[in-house]
Design a protein around this ligand. Sequence first.
Ligand code: MN
Length: 288
Amino acid sequence: MNKIGIYYAYWTHDWDADFHPFVDKVADLGFDVLEVNAGTIARMSSEERLRLKAHADDRGIILTYCIGLPHAYDVASPDAAVRAKGVGFLQQMAKAVGEMGGGRIGGILHGAWPSTAIPDGGSDPRPYLDRSVVSMKEAAKTAEDHNVIFNVEVVNRFEQFMLNTCQQALEYVAAVGSPNVKILLDTFHLNIEEDFVGEALVQAGDKLGHLHIGENNRMPPGYGHMPWTEIAAALRRINYSGYVVMEPFVMPGGQVGRDIKVYRDLAVGLDLDKEAQKALWLMRGVLK
Ligand code: MN
């Protein structure tokens, strides 16, 4: 049975947050994993990080980490100074998570997010991918030294232009060539870009380092048309033993609402905690 988690930003309007209340909340709801913002973790003091890790351990919660790189840290940028800052930021996050015992950092680590268009006005992502691979090779060494896996997330074309399919991500991680760089797939994005969601998961195989689950409408699992049975069968077929982290976004407002483009309230009449727990129970049944 895969360990199941949820992303804290389901409950927040801002990316920065105090994660301690969320450790208690998700433990009380019955989750195994809490995913938090890797950028916030990197900016915390060592003491604050260790206190958070101790709290999570105390509640039996595994922490995972996620970020979309801000444009100032774009490791694919044509500007070498920006790329260097980006590599430094990836290294800083790897060291920070390493201090907490290591673990998985996922998200748009290979470029800037959100990136709705190719910054140079062109239509060829290749130069960005080539520069990103060079940056990632450098950052991967730090990940290897600090017991961290970087999982590059495949997202839809309206959020980023570099890795929109599992096949593209397989080519990217092969080019990087580090055992500590794998793939994060997300059912919400797969639903938009792939022919079949289950086939994309099978295609990832042992390169699948992390999985986000979400409905086509980013509601908690159970409120959309995602083929959960097909997804579970695909995960069994590749013997996926990693974590399954739901990433619903239902509230407009704040930077989270703006970045995710939640322009209407999807949570009308819903108790967010209860819905998270219902989705957890659904997924425990589906994934067993
Ligand atoms: Mn995701």
